[in-house]
Design a protein around this ligand. Structure first.
Ligand code: OAD
Length: 231
């Protein structure tokens, strides 16, 4: 089976009703990233940070996977598929994808401020000021904030280097190291980029641009790949 590596960003979940970060109506238009998504913000005003993530977690709970998430599960019928996502929602998992790496953490989980390996599932709960992790330290969202390392990047680079086909869906490619995964997938003979507003700088010959919403473009591409899995 060919290895398909899929890099997703906020755009794939836009069709499930979750806001993207940049552009009109994006989250970073309404919120200052330095006030809610940095270690300094957590030091300064943890209650504000918790409120921001509790609110977003509530939205994720109400959202459902869309036809793009579901099509990527279909693709597993004839390809070995690894999803690398910048998204912190759990829509790939709820759709049924078997391999999902979260570069920027998972909003449905919380972790100890002292030990990043002490992680709990939140289920239906929010995180409240004063909540503690199993190791007794304060509980924080299991999110990679700006200025923090991306520990999963090494595993993601390994996966990207094995790609025969790379599919990049709904990301502005403005955040590193995630954006470096396209270059890392140098063995991929084809790179499909699905986005209604193409990020600049995608002029390589191996890149096929599909200027559509994820909910339309991904099922169409998956249909084509499944029709000819050995091409
Ligand atoms: P952005 O908000 O930067 O970009 C979203 C991309 O999705 C844009 O290129 C849009 O054109 C595209 N888009 C919008 N609607 C779409 C649709 N229906 N179908 C397909 N694409 C669509 O989001 P990311 O690139 O994911 O990090 O942002 C990367 C990181 O920056 C996030 O993980 C987050 C953010 O700050 C952290 O919070 C650490």
């Amino acid at each position: 089976m060919k290895n398909v590596v899929v890099l997703t960003g906020a755009g794939i979940s836009a069709d499930s009703g979750l806001a993207t970060f940049r552009g009109d109506g994006g989250l970073w238009e309404g919120y200052n990233v330095y006030e809610v998504a940095t270690p300094e913000a957590w030091q300064r005003d943890p209650e504000l940070v918790l409120r921001f993530y509790n609110w977003r977690r509530q939205q994720v709970r109400h959202a459902q996977p869309n036809s793009a998430h579901l099509a990527l599960v279909e693709l597993e019928k004839s390809f070995s598929v690894s999803v690398i996502t910048q998204n912190v929602d759990d829509l790939h998992e709820r759709a049924g994808s078997s391999t999902v790496l979260h570069l920027h953490g998972e909003i449905m989980k919380a972790r100890s401020v002292r030990d990043a390996s002490v992680i709990i599932d939140l289920g239906e709960r929010d995180i409240h000021p004063g909540d503690t992790a199993p190791d007794g330290a304060a509980l924080r969202p299991h999110i990679v904030w700006f200025g923090e390392e991306v520990p999963v990047i090494f595993a993601a680079l390994d996966v990207a280097q094995q790609a025969d086909i790379l599919i990049v869906i709904g990301t502005s490619l403005q955040v590193y190291p995630a954006a470096s995964l396209i270059a890392a997938a140098s063995s991929a003979e084809r790179v499909y980029v699905i986005n209604p507003k193409m990020p600049p700088g995608l002029d390589s010959e191996r890149i096929v641009q599909i200027q559509e919403k994820a909910a339309d473009g991904v099922p169409e591409l998956v249909g084509k790949l499944l029709a000819n899995p050995f091409s």
